[in-house]
Design a protein around this ligand. Structure first.
Ligand SMILES: Cc1cc2nc3c(=O)[nH]c(=O)nc-3n(C[C@H](O)[C@H](O)[C@H](O)COP(=O)(O)O)c2cc1C
Length: 198
């Protein structure tokens, strides 16, 4: 099995989402030592925000692309090829302002492409990224999986929606929550790692 590990925190080894994501990867690898791993740090090597040339390239047939458009589409083509090659995708994400970091959003903007990762067949959209297992490793200062802040969680529901739209419906989410909450922070990571079930 090929594992793709996407990192979106800029905090390196200090990142809680990365620590949790690493624990998921470790379990996947111990389940099958033949698994291969590709790690892509979206914070260290971010995709560019979508500009006009990217959008034009998406909607221009390959044989009609100018050299500039052919260059512009490369980011998206590479991101989609990397995604399609993987069997399991581990996505580490902090919660930023109730949602995801812009680096992860930009990756999504490059992989969500009509005709490549989804299509409209008649009226119903169809996801084209099939047979993937997705594991989300989400870190947040507060607690959002339950309680009064649950309504503010646009991290896990958004990722489930947008990845599901592209066909990635086999999604498990693990959360390290409350790392800014004095009573919870000391045990938050251990509890999150203990919750991992592949
Ligand atoms: C820009 C920014 C925005 C944040 N927004 C939230 C938030 O909306 N809710 C929350 O609970 N924590 C928030 N936090 C706290 C982070 O989610 C928390 O520190 C988390 O551990 C960051 O992930 P990381 O350790 O993987 O970098 C924010 C932190 C930063 C730096």
């Amino acid at each position: 099995m090929k594992i793709l590990h996407l990192i979106s925190s800029p905090q390196g080894e200090a990142s809680f989402s990365v620590k949790l994501g690493n624990a998921v990867v470790k379990e996947l690898q111990s389940a099958n030592p033949d698994n291969t791993l590709t790690t892509h740090d979206l914070s260290a090597t971010p995709y560019p925000h979508l500009e006009e040339a990217h959008l034009t390239s998406f909607y221009t047939p390959e044989e009609k692309r100018t050299p500039e458009l052919a260059e512009a589409v490369k980011h998206s083509d590479e991101a989609i090829a990397e995604l399609m090659a993987a069997d399991a995708i581990v996505i580490d994400t902090p919660m930023y302002n109730f949602s995801i970091p812009s680096t992860l959003k930009t990756w999504i903007d490059h992989i969500a492409r009509a005709g490549k990762t989804f299509k409209y067949d008649g009226k119903a959209p169809e996801g084209l990224v099939k047979n993937k297992k997705v594991y989300l490793a989400i870190a947040s200062g507060g607690v959002y999986s339950e309680g009064f802040m649950k309504a503010y969680d646009f991290t896990e529901p958004y990722l489930r929606a947008v990845l599901g739209f592209m066909g990635m419906t086999d999604i498990k989410a693990f959360r390290v929550e409350g790392i800014k909450v004095p009573d919870l922070q000391a045990t938050a990571l251990d509890r999150a790692i203990a919750s991992i079930e592949l």
